[in-house]
Design a binder for this molecule. Structure first.
Ligand SMILES: NC(=O)c1ccc[n+]([C@@H]2O[C@H](COP(=O)([O-])OP(=O)(O)OC[C@H]3O[C@@H](n4cnc5c(N)ncnc54)[C@H](OP(=O)(O)O)[C@@H]3O)[C@@H](O)[C@H]2O)c1
Length: 368
């Protein structure tokens, strides 16, 4: 552990693949002032390559704040053509590419083969047997799969780790806090922001005064990914959990950022109302002991106010890394129901991936 702390105190060179996109810009904004990591390269498609970052993003800035001058003037590399240079310069690459899944898989594997730790926001590798999918506060122990992956593939320094889909990050932490009561069946409806589709109100005018009841692939991810995160490592692979059974409906709503969820749960051993609230308020994750810079001061916050959490008021809690919970009440069909909220491009995308990278470093997986 002490080696990894020393590594963390020196600046660790990192690169962002897909740096010009919505999630990529979030990565850059979080990493440009990070205490452990220093951006050495930004990369995107060949359309953005060879020009300064400021020019590559000039017509699609997602924040009105400028990046550091050093970043604004950084030349953008082509993700594929620049692989030799980027993998020499950076020890960790953060991936936020939007392209064909097989192409993303290949790119991530090439970077890992060349010795980089690839921390991916993409779904491409979420079900690859030896790739861990980690939500740090819940399954940080799945980092053990990195040793298996390196052995399987003959990689010494490189590896691929992925974060789960943004839609599950509001309700899965609450179910984790309630896990000792045996949640058996879960019905969840998510109300997802347009930034989750990489859109703004300008680029998605059809969402004004509207709700779109279908997000391709989202319900399947929302039902299945929690099972892998709760899974056990047996015979060098993750054996997905069998419970709870989750039924998800995911809809797109006219908000810029923040995915809210309404959840009903049936338990084996139903808790009391006070036990539900205490389990959330007192939830302590193993990550609390790691002292990671991006970990929220408090992971789960319970509001004793029937009108909270609200997307616009609460999505930025603890710099967008906290989860807000409220409205625990009796469910006449199941046992209990509640509402919860997480920030989709921070906790659900770039912030969650940066936290995951910090965990990997802290656990000593970064080698010189
Ligand atoms: N938005 C969210 O809340 C969210 C949450 C979780 C996961 N995700 C996932 O994260 C990924 C990125 O999402 P996003 O919303 O940031 O997408 P985006 O705004 O469309 O950005 C996509 C990035 O990929 C690059 N790219 C596209 N085609 C490429 C190619 N052929 N070669 C190299 N680079 C290429 C783009 O570069 P150019 O600018 O040069 O075209 C850009 O940097 C997606 O897979 C998405 O599903 C998004």
């Amino acid at each position: 552990m002490s080696d990894s702390i020393n590594q963390a105190q020196t600046e660790i060179p990192v690169a962002v693949l897909g740096a010009t996109g919505m999630v990529g810009q979030r990565f850059v904004s979080l990493l440009q002032s990070h205490p452990w990591f220093k951006i050495v390269n930004v990369a995107a498609s060949e359309n953005s390559a060879g020009i300064p970052y400021s020019k590559a993003i000039q017509n699609r800035r997602y924040s009105n704040k400028n990046f550091n001058p050093e970043i604004e003037s950084m030349q953008v590399f082509d993700v594929i053509k620049g692989i030799d240079i980027i993998s020499k310069n950076a020890k960790i690459v953060f991936c936020a590419l939007n392209m064909d899944k097989q192409q993303i898989k290949d790119i991530e594997e090439k970077y890992a083969e060349k010795g980089c730790i690839v921390v991916s926001n993409n779904s491409a590798h979420r079900w690859t047997e030896d790739v861990p999918m980690i939500l740090p506060e819940i399954n940080s122990h799945h980092t053990q799969l990195i040793d298996i992956q390196r052995k399987n593939r003959g990689w010494n320094k490189g590896c691929i780790v992925v974060k789960p889909n943004c839609s599950i990050q509001s309700y899965m932490p609450v179910l984790e806090a309630l896990r000792h009561f045996g949640p058996e069946e879960v019905i969840v409806s998510t109300y997802q922001a347009i930034s989750g589709a990489g859109k703004t109100f300008e680029t998605m005018p059809e969402i004004n005064d509207n709700i779109i009841p279908f997000i391709p692939g989202e319900e399947e991810k929302s039902e299945k990914e929690p099972m892998r995160i709760w899974g056990k490592i047996t015979n060098s692979r993750i054996e997905p959990a069998q419970e709870p059974l989750i039924s998800a409906t995911c809809v797109r709503v006219p908000v810029s950022d923040g995915h809210l969820a309404s959840v009903s749960v049936k338990f084996k051993d139903p808790p009391t109302l006070q036990e539900c609230i205490s389990a959330v308020e007192n939830y302590k994750s193993v990550v609390d002991d790691f002292d990671l810079p991006s970990a929220p001061e408090k992971f789960l916050t319970y509001f004793n106010d029937e009108s909270r959490p609200q997307t616009a008021l609460d999505r930025d809690i603890y710099k967008g890394m906290g989860i807000s919970v409220g409205r625990f009440r009796k469910d006449p069909v199941m046992d209990w129901k509640f509402v919860c909220l997480s920030h989709n491009t921070l906790r659900g995308a770039a912030g969650g991936a940066v936290l995951l990278a910090e965990l990997i470093v802290k656990k000593g997986y970064l080698k010189n």
